[in-house]
Each structure stands twice: as structure tokens, then as C-alpha cells.
Design a protein around this ligand. Structure first.
Ligand SMILES: Cc1cc2nc3c(=O)[nH]c(=O)nc-3n(C[C@H](O)[C@H](O)[C@H](O)COP(=O)(O)OP(=O)(O)OC[C@H]3O[C@@H](n4cnc5c(N)ncnc54)[C@H](O)[C@@H]3O)c2cc1C
Length: 262
């Protein structure tokens, strides 16, 4: 096992923000992933799993303990139209693989830059608002760490499903920037979507602090224009929250996770 020290985590996130991990192991398959978890447990290190880092703001001072970057890639066809997928597999890769095998169901999760582990932990919502958990048959875990999963799929002709995936990618790629963490705030019940509130009621679209900017194409996304720090990014989040409270008496709640010390 290659155990590295003091490794900057920014390159391992979609938004390219985040300080170093004390210890870092990059795992390429489930066997290495399990070994890395066991190593961290034996050494009594706090363990953080990193999928694509597309839903976490990592602090500028980084993460203490062991960070495992999970790049396991196995997908295995099982009997009865089932598939077992390692937690580090890209969701897009699983969608393509299942459709190529005429197994349908996951299309609405197209474009989300997630690993399977991240999708299960976050119970992500798809384009039709379904939750990922609705499509999961079983999960293999070590303690709280997801190793692999078997999704629920239906056999059928994938021609239309592939078209649906293409349309979702086309629609979302024009408004949802990848140099971000996805939606920053949850939508509040009985209110306009948070992006609309930030754009039309708070007039904050485009507003920036340092290189952290509220996206010109989707106001619930905050992008990194180059060298944004986690501190700038969080200042912008707090500014939106305080204006929503002061001007509209709304409590915008984070959809992303904060990792490390802020
Ligand atoms: C452009 C864009 C569009 C997005 N669209 C959507 C969307 O439509 N719907 C939606 O719900 N989200 C969306 N997101 C948010 C994000 O992609 C999802 O939350 C995604 O599931 C995060 O997965 P990840 O692999 O990047 O996990 P990470 O961000 O790396 O990790 C997220 C959390 O899961 C934990 N984790 C990851 N893997 C494991 C594992 N194997 N075992 C235990 N814990 C683990 C991490 O420790 C962390 O706490 C979007 C993000 C972007 C940038």
C-alpha cells in the first residue's frame, strides 16, 4: 500500500478547493479499498472516504487522519439481470454499462458527477426527483464505509433510455457548472427553489468573494473561478444565508457537507 503524507486534496474535488490530508491512500479496486480501511482502523486514524469530492467543501487547513481516495472500478454481471458495482465506480460509467447491457432504471441520474459510494451516502435525487435509495437492492459495507452495491434494474430495450440520458446531459450541462459542488442549499418546503430565491429575491446572481462566485447560469451553484479558497467560498455561503434571513426570514440549509476545520 502506498501511504502518502501531506497530500493537497483540492485536485480530488470538482471545485478544486481544499488543504492537505495528513495521510492519503489512493485505492484502485475493492481489495485495496478494504485494506486501506483496515490500515486506518489498526492505526486508530480518523478515516475519510473521498469519492469525486463533488459534494464536500474541504477546509483550507485540510483533513486530519487518513483520507482514502476511492477509485475502485469493478462492475460484475450477476445472474437474474443483476449487477454488482464497486463503490468507487463513476455513476455515469454504471449508467452506460447497464444500458449497454439493456438494463434500465438509472437514467435520471445522468450528469451527476458522483461515485456509487457518494450517491448512496448522499441519497442523491435524480432528474425526476427520485432518490437513489429507491434503486438500490443491497449494499456491502465495512462499518459505515460502502464497498459495493447491487442496484435494482429492469431488463428492456435501451434505445429510448439512451436518448433520455443524452437529453438530460444536454439540458444540465448548459446550466450546471462542473467547477462547483452542485446545489449549495436545499430547497425549502412551500418556497421557490433556492436558486430562484438567490437570483430573483436577493439579486445575488454573479456576486463573488475572491474567486468564489455565484454562478451566472444557476444561482444555487457557487463556482471557483481559479484560486478560490475554502474560506472565500464559505464567506459567500454565509453571506447568502444572512441576507436570506434578514430580508426574507428564510433559513437556507446546506446541501453540501463541510469537511475539516472552518
Ligand atoms: C455539476 C453537479 C451536479 C450535481 N447534480 C446533483 C443532482 O442532480 N442531485 C444530487 O443529489 N446531487 C448532485 N450533485 C452533488 C454531488 O454530485 C452528489 O452529492 C454526489 O453523490 C457526491 O458523490 P461523490 O462521489 O463526489 O462523493 P464525495 O463528495 O466525495 O463525498 C460525499 C460524502 O460521502 C462520503 N463517501 C463517499 N464515498 C463513500 C464510501 N464509499 N463509503 C462511505 N462514505 C463515502 C464522503 O466521505 C462524504 O461525506 C451535483 C454536483 C455537481 C458538481
Amino acid at each position: 500500500m502506498d501511504i502518502q503524507q501531506n497530500i493537497p486534496l483540492a485536485p480530488y474535488t470538482t471545485v478544486k478547493i481544499g488543504g492537505p490530508a495528513d495521510f492519503f491512500i489512493h485505492t484502485k479496486n475493492s481489495k485495496e479499498f478494504i485494506e486501506a480501511i483496515k490500515y486506518g482502523q489498526e492505526k486508530k486514524l480518523p478515516i475519510t472516504i473521498l469519492g469525486n469530492g463533488s459534494n464536500i467543501l474541504i477546509s483550507d487547513s485540510g483533513v486530519r487522519g487518513l483520507v482514502i481516495k476511492n477509485n475502485s472500478t469493478e462492475i460484475e454481471i450477476l445472474p437474474d439481470n443483476k449487477v454488482k458495482v464497486a463503490s468507487g465506480v463513476q455513476l455515469s460509467q454504471l449508467i452506460n454499462f447497464t444500458l449497454d447491457n439493456n438494463l434500465l432504471g438509472l437514467e435520471e441520474f445522468a450528469y451527476i458527477p458522483s461515485t456509487i459510494g457518494g450517491a448512496i451516502i448522499g441519497d442523491i435525487h435524480g432528474d425526476n426527483k427520485s432518490l437513489f435509495s429507491q434503486f438500490i437492492d443491497s449494499v456491502e459495507k465495512i462499518d459505515n464505509f460502502i464497498v459495493s452495491a447491487v442496484p435494482k434494474l429492469n431488463p428492456g430495450d435501451s434505445t429510448q433510455a439512451k436518448e433520455k440520458v443524452k437529453n438530460i446531459i444536454q439540458k444540465k450541462s448548459s446550466i450546471q457548472p462542473m467547477n462547483s459542488l452542485g446545489s449549495i442549499f436545499k430547497n425549502l418546503p412551500n418556497q421557490d427553489p433556492s436558486g430562484m430565491i438567490i437570483d430573483q429575491k436577493l439579486n445575488l446572481k454573479d456576486f463573488s468573494i475572491g474567486d468564489a462566485q455565484i454562478s451566472p447560469t444557476h444561482a444555487n451553484f457557487i463556482i471557483n473561478n481559479g484560486s478560490a479558497s475554502a474560506s472565500d467560498y464559505l464567506k459567500l455561503i454565509r453571506l447568502i444565508q444572512s441576507q436570506a434571513k434578514e430580508k426574507l426570514n428564510l433559513d437556507l440549509e446546506l446541501e453540501i457537507k463541510l469537511l475539516g476545520q472552518f
